[in-house]
Design a protein around this ligand. Structure first.
Ligand code: GLA
Ligand code: ZN
Length: 676
């Protein structure tokens, strides 16, 4: 989707007028306009209204809604309604109902719960998408399609089992190959007939959601499940595209959601959109990282912030209000990291059921004289003032972090070495170090090009897929700096260990051999002792989680372990390889080490922090047409003073020059267009 064709950043959110008497609609429209809104996501959960039974379709209410939006100058982000199937469908076509991990067939209820391999669900969802496309193809309000809603979960029914066997046959072709790659001689699980293969659930190979006897089958099921839901999305996508080839199609993703391989999904989306629901205590750098991951799904293209709450959520244990200024601050944080829209769930707070205490633009009191409305309207006015300046702008970065869903599944399905090893936590530690330094990063897939980056970080690259090693080697040979960590290079794409010593295929590049891997208890630490100084690193640092016991095979030893029987063994190594270098961080170091290490590595390569960085203040930048926009976001409740060069630029939000020291209010934001 080309957002540069818009006149301003999209502003609005989920709107469910069909859940209300139409008497309130005019008031909704008045208040949306008052808040400066120009987009409403409609029809997300109205399948039962559109299709009251198998053969009847009824679009009159949706027609009225679409017309009303248009009359009020509001675009429709039109959903296909397939996120929740109607009750009649569950009763008449029970194959739409999922079977859960424990083998229980679900009954009607909840949402996002249709079996992805249900023939009935596939038929009906494709059909409704097609009918909607036909009906609204020329509607002037239609800007964007929103397929289903937050795909997710799993199904373990017999239709899924049959589809899994088909998927496996396509992947392995022969049972011999499958038996080999799943290592089924272990415990004598050899298969002699495809029909013997059952889904890895709580009734078979798995004893918990992320605990399995056989990583191979569980990993393939995770891929199959993600692919199956993607197939459902693609069916609707194709049905829509056949009728409206020029209208962009998206589905709302969920950030770091584990079960779906969003890099794969992104290839079939015209624009990425996602729903941002941090808890009050989620680190702001974690949210920043998630935005960067979403931006990375389509190679750095801008994305849509499809949902966030204006204030409160309802589904957390403790649903704190967003403090004054926080909604605005977090909205600009999304923009700073690549969003070209700010949208909410929801525009009017529902009167009954489980989301009635979820924040909304229009609260139960029904008028605009509320704190939340005032804050939303202020933001709406600012977005109007910003116009199209930032639309389509990109985020320049010299550092990339490699992330991969299959690697995550494999690491977390792994029985040993430690239950405490969470892939995303390790990714976040590296991301956070850069964030605290004011250095922006891209998050890229295991398949993306590395050549444009000066530094590539690959924390816990446990799984090395075919073709990856030569690409990484070529990158380093060509002068790149590559950093990986403990528990890397261990297995192939099916979780089969690469024999001949860890880190497997990466051994030559890294110039080390990892002989053993020690798992530390949560209260246990070791120490990294610097042999010499490296940049700002000197003395000793704490480390924890896992410690690889490594030997150098040509790499320089930069730091050693301080304690235990492996004291004196290498803990940080650097290997020259071609004109570049490959680093191995053999353990999980503390934040001060990572900041010192990445700060020094970047400084050596001339990568400078962005201006304005200080504790609690986030900095990020976007570029467009030779203009550079610096976002300075103060997450502290109190005002801070930041320092700019003389005549650095102009704050787009206030029109004030940024030159020398500047005060940023508590939870305040500056967007500075740098002087050219
Ligand atoms: C999700 C859904 C919405 C709504 C919100 C509530 O993001 O997509 O329909 O339920 O959560 O936070
Ligand atoms: Zn199923």
């Amino acid at each position: 989707m080309d957002t540069t064709k818009l006149s301003k950043m999209l502003y609005g959110g989920d709107y469910n007028p069909e859940q209300w008497d139409s008497g309130v609609w005019p008031e909704d429209m008045r208040m949306l306009r008052l808040a400066g809104m120009d987009i409403a996501t409609v029809n997300v959960f109205s399948w039962a209204m559109l299709q009251p039974n198998e053969s009847t379709y009824s679009f009159e209410t949706l027609d009225q809604i679409m017309d009303m939006l248009h009359e009020n100058g509001i675009y429709a982000c039109l959903a296909t309604s397939t996120g929740a199937h109607p009750a009649w469908m569950a009763r008449q076509f029970p194959d739409v109902l999922r079977t859960d991990f424990d083998g229980r067939k679900r009954k009607f209820g909840g949402r996002h719960n249709s079996c992805p391999n249900s023939p009935s669900y596939r038929t009906f969802s494709e059909r409704i998408a097609s009918k909607l496309a036909e009906r609204y193809k020329d509607h002037p309000a239609l800007l964007l399609w929103h397929v289903s809603n937050e795909y997710g979960g799993e199904c373990y029914c017999e239709n899924c089992a049959a589809a899994f066997r088909v998927w496996l046959k396509r992947k392995y072709v022969t049972l011999d190959k499958l038996n080999e790659q799943w290592n089924t001689r272990f415990w004598g699980h050899t298969f002699y007939d495809w029909e013997e293969i059952v889904l890895p659930s709580g009734l078979s190979e798995q004893w918990a959601a992320n605990r399995t006897n056989f990583q191979g089958i569980s990993l393939d099921y995770a891929r199959f499940n993600s692919d199956g839901m993607l197939d459902c999305y693609k069916l609707e996508y194709e049905a829509i595209k056949a009728v409206t080839p020029d209208i962009p199609v998206t589905t709302n993703l969920m950030g770091t959601y584990k079960q779906l391989d969003y890099f794969k999904w992104a290839k079939h989306m015209d624009i990425i959109s996602w729903d941002n629901y941090p808890a009050a205590d989620t680190p702001v750098s974690y949210t920043a990282m998630t935005h960067d991951l979403m931006r990375g799904l389509k190679g750095g293209a801008p994305f849509l912030l499809m949902e966030q709450t204006p204030s409160q959520q309802n589904w957390q244990a403790y649903n704190s209000l967003k403090r004054p200024g926080v909604m605005r601050l977090w909205s600009y944080q999304a923009v700073a990291h690549g969003a070209d829209s700010i949208m909410f769930f929801q525009l009017r707070r529902s009167v009954g059921a489980c989301e009635k205490y979820h924040g909304a633009l229009i609260e139960h009191v029904g008028h605009e004289h509320t704190r939340v409305f005032r804050e939303c309207a202020q933001l709406g006015a600012e977005l109007g003032q910003l116009g199209d300046k930032l639309l389509g702008s990109r985020t320049p970065s010299k550092v990339a972090i490699m992330y991969d869903w299959e690697n995550r599944w494999a690491i977390e399905y792994s029985s040993g070495p430690s239950v405490a090893l969470q892939y995303l936590n390790e990714i976040h530690k590296y991301y956070d170090a850069l964030y605290q330094l004011g250095i922006q990063a891209d998050i890229i897939s295991f398949e993306d090009e590395l050549q444009g980056y000066d530094v590539v970080l690959a924390p816990v690259m446990y799984m090395v897929k075919p073709g990856m090693t030569p690409r990484i080697e070529a990158y380093v040979k060509g002068g790149g700096s590559f950093v990986t960590t403990f528990f890397s290079g261990i297995v192939n794409e099916n979780d089969i260990v690469t024999l001949g010593g860890y880190p497997g295929e990466l051994r030559e590049l890294l110039g080390i051999w990892a002989e053993e891997i020690d798992a530390l208890f949560p209260d246990q630490t070791n120490r990294l002792i610097m042999k010499d100084t490296y940049g700002t690193l000197q003395g000793e640092y704490s480390c924890s989680l896992l410690c690889d016991l490594i030997h150098t095979e040509g790499a320089d030893v930069i730091a050693e372990y301080g304690d235990d029987f492996y004291a004196g063994m290498p803990a940080l190594t650097r290997n020259s390889f071609g004109s570049g270098e490959a680093w191995y961080v053999a353990t999980s170091p503390d934040a001060s080490f990572l900041q010192g290490f990445l700060g020094s590595l970047c400084a050596e390569r001339g990568i400078e922090p962005l201006p304005g960085k200080q504790p609690g203040v986030e900095v990020a930048s976007r570029d467009k047409d030779g203009h550079s926009y610096l976002f300075v976001m103060n997450h502290n409740p109190n005002a801070v003073t930041v320092e700019f060069d003389q005549n650095y630029g102009v704050d787009l939000l206030t029109g004030q020059p940024a030159s020398g020291p500047a005060t940023v209010a508590g939870r305040g934001v500056m967007i500075i267009e740098a002087s050219s």
